[in-house]
Design a protein around this ligand. Sequence first.
Ligand code: UD1
Length: 413
Amino acid sequence: MEYLEIEGGNPLCGQVCIQGSKNAALPILSAVILHHGTTVLRNCPKIIDVIYMLEILKDFGCCVSWEGAALVIDASRLCDSQVAECYGRQMRSSIMLLGSLLGRMKQASVSYPGGCVIGERPIDIHLAALEKLGAVFTETPAGLKAVCEKPAGTMLRLPFPSVGATENVILLAVLAEGTTILENAAKEPEIGELCRFLNSMGAGIEGMGTSKLVIAGVKELHDTDFTIMSDRIVAGTYMLMTAAAGGDVLLKEAPLEQLESVQKVLWQMGVRQEVQEEGLRIQSMGRPKCVQEVCTRPYPGFPTDLQSPLLAALALAEGTSVIRETIFEARFKIVEDLCRMGANIHVDGQHAVIQGVKQLKGAELTAHELRGGAALVIAAAAAKGTSRVYQYHYIARGYENIIRDLQSLGVVV
Ligand code: UD1
């Protein structure tokens, strides 16, 4: 059984270089198949979800190779448009292949997506949006079959700014005939990155960073060499780890302009943050302060992916804090484990009320999903004594090498 064993309770000290962004890399890898040629990607994180996605691309007929740190993908010849069930079920992002498969192959088959266990995660918004662009779906026992003979630009408005649905619309609209205007689009930085990537291949997308995207369809795309931005959620994880355990760390390449909502909460927690030439320096001494109420929201609000890491840090705060989760309904799963470490947390529907305690003690913990797993690592690094975090594979879905990073911060792991 794979697990991380962590000796906690000492302040962090050291520096880490923030890896490439998972949530940018996955849609970009999906987009690669829109082009009948070669794409070079730099700073692509070597995480489990990326490895799965590359296996799916190989099944489609892509040639994939790592040349040093660069990932080279030749998608000139594609022979399949079916996502193998073994990958599709494990990874939510496989649903993101719908838009690009339809754009390139005019047909697609995917199983119902899996991914982190953080709620129901329906795909109704994806399907309704793609239908507006001309896709037709049929349900099969294994999943979904889709065809889209002639993707056509249109005007549409999402009922909720779903990140994945926004990405799927972009992926199908890029090579569609005519212009697509997408309103109430998600504004997450990873969507801007997908658009910049596609524009670097000759796509015509405007409105990045706003809720209205205008996508002028083009006939074809061309080769590109693109560097993926750093991961704001990984940076946020180490910011909150420092808040919980105390210490003085430098997060090199942290994407500062995307971390405003997280920085605001850290200021309230009394954590010092200093922008330096190389990145963001975080200093924290003693217990963090409590916060009044942090509510997860679509970007630029506080990210739901950092809700569990924040919960772990606030478990040690002076006073009572409240977190409200508004994006995913089942995202307080780690509370039971935290309480076994000595935390005092009560969950009532969307709210978690956290009465901070002076100390957490090491325990046997189990990750059930990616960010919850990272939050348990935070708690373990801050707790007195030894902890084990089981089901490490969930954490490896999004953190390239958390063992190396923890060691760089002086944690005994
Ligand atoms: C993406 C991120 C994930 C992040 C989330 C919210 C990737 C690979 N994953 O997930 O890390 O936590 O954004 O920032 O980028 N919904 C529906 N119907 C749909 C689609 C979504 O009801 O068709 C609901 C979901 O169940 C959820 C909410 O909308 O409650 C947000 O989902 P969405 O923004 O689509 O998140 P993902 O793209 O799945």
